[in-house]
Design a binder for this molecule. Sequence first.
Ligand SMILES: [Zn+2]
Length: 337
Amino acid sequence: MNVIDTKYIEVEDTDGPTTSLVKIKYTEITGEKDGPKLFVIAGIHGDELTGVEVIRQLIKYFSKKDITGKLTLVPVANPIAFAARQRCTIQDNKDLNRYFPGNPKGTITEKIAYEITEKIIKPNDYGIDLHTGPKGRMLLPHTRIVSDESNKIKALSKLFGTLISMTREPLENTLAISAKAVKTHTIAVELGEGERLDNYFIKAGFFGVLNIAKYLGILDGRAYVLKDQYILNERNNIVSKCTGLFYPRIAIGDVVHKGQQIAEIYDPQKDMIENITAEKSGIVLALQTDAVAVMGTTIISTLTLANCGLNSVSLIQKKCVIYHTKNPRDLLLNIWE
Ligand SMILES: [Zn+2]
């Protein structure tokens, strides 16, 4: 039988007028047999909720399954930001995901980063850091890796099961990059939109963690491996040229062609409609969900599909993309080998 422990990281908050204690709850599930150690963390940004629910479901699921090794599940890494429904910590206005590995003598955010590094990241072999887009901006499920990523992290990314992985500049002080320094192989994942719970993104996250746990041998069962994961890096932001009601004509995950109409914006001041067309062929990575488009702000982002397999496969057949985004019930089927 597994041993299940509920634990708390306690961090003294001395930034306010009085000293208080911030408690970060986490659950450790330890199997009878020794094996790999995996942590899953959410709520690094307080307004990102998909991962919080994914971890709630994981605790329930793993409580009834025998595992090998150890799982550490942290639903809300920054309880101050979570309670304030904000990305950053309110006391020092710092973004926790820019302060790893932290500082025990720093501000409250830096102290939280330090404690998470010591108690969660360092004792584990592997990690998954769950994120979402901000409120009002929905992101296609995708992993984020750096361009010269290690093979182990590339494998974790593929096992998580998103068709797309986006490469980014290595920001040294993010959790995932900082974890490399202590040899804890960690991926960052984006799932949906801030301040919302949507079952599709929750399922994608839950499945991704389970699949990695199976592959590592923590959980019994067959892990699936994507035939191809498309690693894309050229983001094309489409900016509104007027302020008005926003009518998207595409969904996240759609493959769009250059020149295709992708949205309309109705400007009530001029009683005019602005047609938005795709400037480049690509896959829709992000979509504004607020009904008002504001002049000068990004409403849709695509990832350019030049010179990658997805171009030839999906622009012609739209095969993988449709299964992945339009028919969530097929998330576990069809695209797996
Ligand atoms: Zn985030």
